[in-house]
Ligand binder design. Structure first.
Ligand code: PGA
Length: 271
């Protein structure tokens, strides 16, 4: 695992978007061989999406030959609901870049047969050749996608019940009314994420400090599902300084030193 520690959220977003841009450019995607990108929602990736849009507007990247698979979607609210992840993605990324509508995939939380929808989603990922790079965030309870504490580390796309922690955190988007927050969601599984060739997770703010500590310093454990990233051959966590406060000083120093000596082209920003 690489842990990139940037000064603040803005720099975290810039680093992450430029890293993704580099991965896209390197793969030279075509219609026949598209780049397959896994995407999250939530407040964390908004800055990265802004930077990706900027990179697109400056002509650094195009989404023309990119297929996307979103991590999750609420059950029980329609796609056109202001708080659906479908709406979030349209507003924060898809309507702002040249992605083709048919290349966008988001689990359908309104499907008549939700279990069939989950199986079909996994099949669609497989048919696209697997995910090249999965971008993610982590919840304060350590969830990655909606793989809440106690999720099987071998799980695949399925229905999950959200924890009270998550419902409270997400209620900020529902007028702080807990009764309005959907209690269940469709989510890719831990194994779905682990199958991606590369995983990059963005973490920022004090409220994520305990989750980051458990991801980096804890044991691999289903109660902190994000800790599974330790088992991924190409996992990168990009964090701001605030989120590192629960980690040992030695751990933070260690990862900073490694990165200082790393001649890594991804740290060269395109714009
Ligand atoms: P947040 O959520 O980005 O809104 O903090 C992250 C997550 O729950 O994965």
């Amino acid at each position: 695992m690489r842990l990139i520690i940037e000064k603040d959220y803005k720099n975290v977003s810039k680093w992450t978007a430029n890293y993704i841009a580099q991965a896209i450019i390197k793969s030279e995607p075509t219609r026949e061989k598209p780049f397959v990108l896994g995407l999250p929602t939530g407040s964390t990736p908004i800055g990265t999406y802004k930077e990706l849009v900027r990179l697109y507007k400056h002509g650094v990247i195009s989404f023309e030959n990119i297929i996307t698979f979103n991590m999750d979607e609420y059950i029980g609210i329609p796609q056109n609901h202001p708080q659906s992840y479908f709406t979030f993605m349209r507003e924060n990324l898809f309507s702002l870049v040249d992605i083709k509508k048919e290349n966008i995939n988001i689990p359908n939380g309104s499907a008549d047969d939700l279990e069939a929808e989950c199986l079909a989603y996994e099949e669609k990922i497989k048919a696209a050749g697997g995910i090249d790079l999965f971008l993610g965030g982590i919840g304060s309870d350590g969830h990655i996608a909606f793989n809440e504490p106690g999720s099987s580390l071998k799980s695949r796309t399925r229905i999950k019940t959200l924890t009270q922690d998550t419902i409270i955190a997400n209620s900020r988007n529902f007028g702080h009314d807990l009764t309005k927050v959907p209690k269940t969601a469709l989510t890719v599984g831990i194994q779905t994420i682990m199958d991606a060739k590369e995983v990059i997770v963005v973490v920022n703010g004090y409220k994520k400090a305990l989750a980051l500590k458990n991801t980096v310093e804890g044991n691999v454990n289903h109660m902190w599902t994000c800790s599974i990233l330790q088992m991924h051959p190409h996992a990168i966590i990009v964090s701001d300084e605030e989120a590192t406060v629960e980690m040992k000083i030695g751990t933070v120093k260690y990862f900073k030193e490694i990165e200082a000596g790393n001649i890594n082209p991804a740290t060269q920003l395109y714009i």
